[in-house]
Design a protein around this ligand. Structure first.
Ligand SMILES: CC(C)(COP(=O)(O)OP(=O)(O)OC[C@H]1O[C@@H](n2cnc3c(N)ncnc32)[C@H](O)[C@@H]1OP(=O)(O)O)[C@@H](O)C(=O)NCCC(=O)NCCS
Length: 196
């Protein structure tokens, strides 16, 4: 798929779930069910679920849980046709910003040991492997790598996020979201497209 001129990041709503589930079933062997997504959307406190849209079409989604001073990246998937365009980077940046805004000092996640694409994404966001949960995934028996990013409230992490956001800012718009410090909201003002 061609490089998007504008990616809109907006809170996930029930009306997005048909597209979200289509992406989920194309992305994960045993992904989340409709009931699971509905349950999460019914309890908005302590969590944030977002979708990314291109020309009105949902092309990706992600969600994070906020527990104490930790943010837990619970899910992220991008439509296979739209991968490699910075969609996941935009979603992750906004979720990291929201976690930090809410007082998080550390971020964590589990990822399949063989999922090198996702691990590369997470490394860009400062996550490092911290342990393994053996046979964590029931469908395949695959191990989970547990990854953490620490001191996300500090200046070094702020600089990391800015470096990720800067090349994406002109082609990103936040809709229905205000996120402290996030530099990903210039698309609407400038109308500039181009390579993210
Ligand atoms: C992992 C996933 C979400 C990445 O989405 P994406 O929109 O293609 O990722 P982005 O274009 O934003 O890439 C951001 C960074 O991630 C890394 N990355 C993403 N895909 C990669 C790949 N296939 N190989 C290596 N690195 C990759 C790169 O560092 C990339 O930065 P760069 O383009 O500047 O090098 C997507 O491949 C996906 O949906 N996979 C299936 C679902 C999944 O595995 N979810 C994670 C569960 S833990």
């Amino acid at each position: 798929m061609t490089v998007p001129s504008l990616v809109v990041i907006t809170p996930m709503r029930r009306r997005h779930l048909r597209a979200v589930l289509r992406i989920e079933t194309r992305s994960q062997p045993r992904g989340w069910s409709l009931g699971l997504f509905l349950g999460e959307l019914a309890r908005p406190e302590g969590r944030s679920y977002l979708v990314a849209k291109v020309a009105g079409q949902v092309v990706g989604f992600a969600g994070m849980l906020f527990i104490g001073d930790e943010g837990h990246l619970a899910t992220i998937s991008v439509d296979p046709d739209w991968r490699g365009n910075g969609v996941a980077a935009r979603l992750t940046a906004v979720l990291c910003r929201k976690a930090i805004e809410g007082g998080a000092t550390a971020l964590t996640l589990e990822v399949r040991a063989g999922n090198t694409a996702a691990q590369a994404l997470y490394r860009r966001f400062g996550f490092a492997p911290a342990g393994v949960r053996r046979a964590y995934y029931k469908d395949s028996g695959e191990d989970a790598l547990v990854m953490w990013a620490y001191d996300v409230d500090g200046p070094d992490y702020a600089a990391r996020l800015r470096a990720i956001e800067a090349p994406l800012a002109a082609s990103t718009e936040l809709d229905g979201l205000t996120v402290a410090g996030c530099e990903l909201d210039h698309g609407a003002a400038s109308g500039i497209g181009g390579r993210p």
